[in-house]
Design a protein around this ligand. Structure first.
Ligand code: DP6
Length: 317
């Protein structure tokens, strides 16, 4: 066992969404997915020796018992229970803002990257990805950089390292209501949405089309598939019983405005996850127009992000 290990992992945003598990326990998705790992928003996690017990500190605060035991359970993939005594996990979600951005993906990626060295398991990349997805499915994509594929088979890999120098703009909206977790919402969609089988066949085809578009560098197709995957995912959960409605009127206004920008020839494609925030896939040329347009909306925070490399070890001793 090492004395101290620090790892860092990027947030990732899916262009082709993962929504639904075929096997809950093993986190086998119904379809593959594809994401962009982004800089400026990431998790840094330190594993170190502590005087006693096991503690998990998240963003400077001692985590709840429930969260700490979830983390402890996850770490049993790397260590025996008794080895977790006297271990401290200190995790920070960093970037211009820590609020409103799904950080469980970067969180579990940073944790498993660090644990693999700290507990000296040194699993190979694929084994580490298989373990990481048990923390949170989308987390396995944060181990890798640029444009990343997570296949239904479990294989995870970078398909395009530089991510075409895309820019992902996060338009973070004010939110007051605690929304349902993605885990719960996707389970309900799988079970009750009449659109779910269509979602699975569409996503399977979209992933093939997206890989092709990346290969031939068809940026417009990449943008259109991104927007379509997000809207179809939300459509599938809107049709569930009870429905899951993450988007609010502000999110939809921004989607309309981005579609308007596309009609004016700009590269500006919205995507939304398990929350009302809108992320816009854009590029250097259209960035100015996107930011100018977002100024007209009640946006709490705007974060401009760029393609980033995968999870890294920053320090070990
Ligand atoms: C909407 O990876 O958070 O962000 O596997 O249940 O932990 P669990 O789900 P999670 O789901 C992410 C869903 C999404 C789309 C995506 O990132 O592909």
């Amino acid at each position: 066992m090492k004395k101290k290990v620090i790892a860092k992992a990027p947030v990732n945003i899916a262009l082709i969404k993962y929504w639904g598990k075929e096997h809950e326990e093993e986190v086998i998705p119904y379809t593959g997915s594809l994401s962009l790992s982004v800089s400026e928003l990431h998790t840094t996690t330190m594993i170190t020796e502590c005087p006693q017990g096991f503690s998990f500190i998240l963003n400077g605060k001692k985590a709840s018992k429930e969260d700490a035991s979830k983390i402890k359970k996850f770490l049993l993939h790397f260590a025996q229970e008794h080895e977790l005594e006297g271990i401290c996990i200190i995790s920070e979600n960093t970037g211009p803002t820590a609020s409103g951005v799904a950080s469980s993906a970067s969180g579990f990626a940073a944790l498993s990257k660090a644990a693999n060295v700290f507990f000296e398991t040194y699993y190979d990349d694929q084994t580490l990805a298989n373990i990481t997805r048990l923390g949170s499915g989308s987390a396995c994509r944060s181990l890798y950089g640029g444009l990343v594929v997570w296949e239904k088979t479990g294989e995870v890999y970078t398909i395009r390292e530089d991510g075409f120098d895309f820019i992902m703009v996060f338009a973070l909206l004010n939110h007051h209501r605690k929304s349902i977790s993605s885990k719960q919402a996707m389970k309900n969609t799988v079970k009750t949405s009449p659109f779910y089988p269509t979602w699975v066949s569409k996503t399977t085809q979209d992933l093939v089309a997206m890989k092709h578009a990346i290969h031939v560098e068809d940026l417009k197709a990449i943008g259109e598939l991104t927007q379509s995957s997000a809207l179809a995912m939300h459509a599938s959960m809107l049709a569930a019983v009870p429905p899951t409605l993450y988007l609010n009127s502000h999110s939809l206004e921004i989607v309309h405005a981005m579609i308007q920008l596309q009609e004016e020839g700009e590269f500006a494609y919205p995507t939304m996850d398990a929350g009302m925030h809108v992320k816009v896939l854009t590029n250097q040329q259209s960035l100015h127009k996107v930011l100018e347009t977002l100024e007209h909306f009640k946006v709490k925070d705007i974060v401009v992000t760029h393609p980033e490399k995968g999870a890294q070890i920053l320090h070990e001793e």
